[in-house]
Design a protein around this ligand. Structure first.
Ligand SMILES: [Zn+2]
Ligand SMILES: [Zn+2]
Length: 299
């Protein structure tokens, strides 16, 4: 599925793929039904409880059902967001061990269901210098992927480091830090997931045309724009450069429609899947945000 996706040209007629983060209650296949019914062409899931260390094993029946429904609906690519408890940069031996084991499990589940991308937050250094936290994160990824490297490569599966708002001692606030993690993992198929709200809160000003141009140039010079495989397309409730991670409805936050439109229509980003992780307080929120995002796309 990846090759078909990567083969798309940047032709303006190729509209960006839009997706939601959908739930897996009652079986992972239900996430596809929900996304498809809402008009998505791509989607993101948690493959397990995102706030617990233990995961219910996936049944063969569920996996087959998921793969079949994906074929039928053509949703592509398939993105998993890792469990929130995982902290690959942790200096604590106990948290590190638990995180490596949970992340290994995330990779295995991703391979089992035939997902394309597994998104992970690089973690928090909890008091250690940034450089050390970055090297802890990279070595934890290697340990988690140990023994699965061949399967990962064969499947075209990629682990994506998501940039963060830089809240607390989170690493991954700057594109340089994301680059440094990727540079230490060059032997693994990896890339980046660009979260628009996190980067805005981290100090990349998508409201301003010149600042956006400079930020995307920096992204290309550091990570490399071809290594960005997915976008988390969110407005931000938190102010510019606040380092606070607070997603908001498309066009109604601090970034606003104009800034978000600049990103989704950018020739180098249009080829990517755009996943909304906007608040779901009202039952119409998802559809309203999809509509708002679609309205930003220049055809
Ligand atoms: Zn995330
Ligand atoms: Zn995100």
């Amino acid at each position: 599925m990846n090759s078909r996706f990567a083969g798309r040209s940047n032709d303006r007629k190729n509209l960006p793929r839009l997706g939601l983060h959908t739930g897996i209650g009652g079986g992972i296949q239900n996430s596809i039904r929900d996304a498809h019914e809402k008009g998505c062409t791509t989607w993101q899931i948690f493959s397990r409880n995102p706030r617990g260390w233990t995961a219910r094993p996936l049944t063969e029946e569920e996996v087959n059902h998921f793969r079949r429904m994906r074929e039928e609906t053509g949703l592509d690519p398939s993105i998993i967001h890792s469990c929130y408890l995982i902290n690959l940069a942790s200096p604590s031996a106990e948290i590190r061990e638990k995180s490596i084991s949970a992340f290994h499990d995330e990779i295995e589940r991703g391979l089992m269901i035939g997902a394309d991308y597994l998104v992970v937050h690089p973690g928090s250094g909890r008091g250690v210098p940034t450089e050390e936290a970055i090297s802890n994160c990279a070595s934890a990824i290697h340990e988690a992927a140990d023994g699965l490297e061949d399967r990962i490569r064969k499947a075209g599966f990629h682990i994506l480091i998501e940039n963060t708002a830089g809240q607390g001692e989170q690493i991954g606030r700057t594109f340089e830090q994301v680059r440094d993690i990727l540079a230490l993992c060059e032997d693994l198929p990896m890339g980046m997931c660009l979260d628009t709200a996190h980067s805005f809160a981290a100090g990349y000003d998508w409201r301003d045309q010149a600042a956006t141009k400079a930020a995307l140039r920096l992204l290309d010079r550091t990570v490399g724009i071809d290594r960005v495989k997915a976008v988390h397309f969110n407005d931000s409730k938190a102010a510019f450069n606040s380092r606070v991670d607070r997603h908001w409805h498309i066009g109604k936050g601090e970034i606003g429609g104009e800034g978000l439109a600049r990103l989704i229509n950018h020739t180098k980003l249009r080829r990517l899947p755009f996943i909304l992780e906007t608040p779901q307080e009202d039952k119409n929120d998802d559809l309203d945000n999809l509509k708002a995002a679609r309205a930003l796309i220049e055809v």
